[in-house]
Design a protein around this ligand. Sequence first.
Ligand code: 2IT
Length: 445
Amino acid sequence: MYQFDSFMSYLERKNPSEPEFIEAASEVVSSVLDWVNDNPYYIKNKILERITEPDRVVSFKVEWEDDEGNINVNRGWRVQFNNALGPYKGGLRFHSSVTEGTLKFLAFEQIFKNSLTGLPMGGGKGGSDFSPKGRSDEEIRRFCNAFMRELYRHIGPDVDVPAGDVGVGKREIGYLFGEYKRLTGRHEGVLTGKGLEYGGSPMRPEATGYGALYFAREMLQDAGMDIKDKRVALSGFGNVAWGAAKKASEMGAKVVTLSGPDGYVLDEDGVSTPEKWAYMLSLRSSNKDVVEPYAKKFGAKFFPGLKPWREKVDIAMPSAIQNELSLEDAKMLEDNGVNAVVEVSNMGLTRDAADYLVSKKVPFAPGKAANAGGVAVSGLEMSQNAGHIYWNDEEIDGKLKGIMKGIHSSCLEFGREEDGYIDYRKGANIAGFIKVADAMCALGY
Ligand code: 2IT
């Protein structure tokens, strides 16, 4: 039998100074503990020890030249956490806050997220402490080339398939893929999120945001509500928030906030026109990492240094970075009568914020369920590349809707409580875990 406290102290001893990884692992372990303890097969297989240990973590040096001719040294990583279900799969994050522990937490979350999609993908994540902020396009290209010069030897279409994440979008994937091709001479599905011209999938850029809105709509429906006319707070202004703003508007909901490290924007007219969406993309590619120019351009209000969670909204969707919504924020949202909190960023809520919402029976979806649309369409990109085929927008959108509906049903199956409340966090963790654990047991060691 596993005891929660003793298992967690074992894990903390093994992973010192990795608080985000411990936070993510403790959430999964607390959700699945009873399930595991009821199954002697899992105990005999030492499943919790095995599933919390990455297969390997590759760390490497990235040397590159900036526009002034100075040599810069960054660190790159690829965490190949678990490949029981398929090749390692997960994004690359370029951000000054990235550490090995950050990437371990993200790779760990990715295992269960990928499992929930039902597609054959294991869990991995990578990235660098390189900050794209203020960097020129040339510097980004030189960094990406240098990063791939080391990464290429660790990845492959049936081995490990990276994609984008914070700081890595279509431009970076293009440079990374170009360098992979120059180094190996192979044009194959080794990265997802590629441009449409060279093997990318339709709708991959939109998929994370669209999928999250499909999931949010299911949540509201289950609680007897309609998403139409709901007020939505989004944080961030990057690719994920962009897709979410577009789909929310299409569904008749109104997105009233965006945010950046500099503060948040309140747009009472709604982030609802093609011009505003296009502007979000140009803000992101400007590499300035500020949202205030949006307020100036569209006559919206700007609140420096504050987060959007103080606004009265029906749906809150953190879409920027981990631990961006605190206990205090969760309390404000609940006081203001929020109907649902949907993580679009990975682990967007602090642990106590998520615990608080669940204790107050506020519908709360964890990122590994709600934001799985992105990696799901990455999985579809892998299928298209492997089969040398092409699916159009309607085909991808239909599959994405089906996958998000399937994830929602899995959450209901394992998360519904006696009073009817859905604990999505518990449901997602158990449903994602079972498949990986069973595959690991079947594969032996
Ligand atoms: O967090 C995520 O799921 C992603 N960054 C997307 C990963 C992918 O392989 O598309």
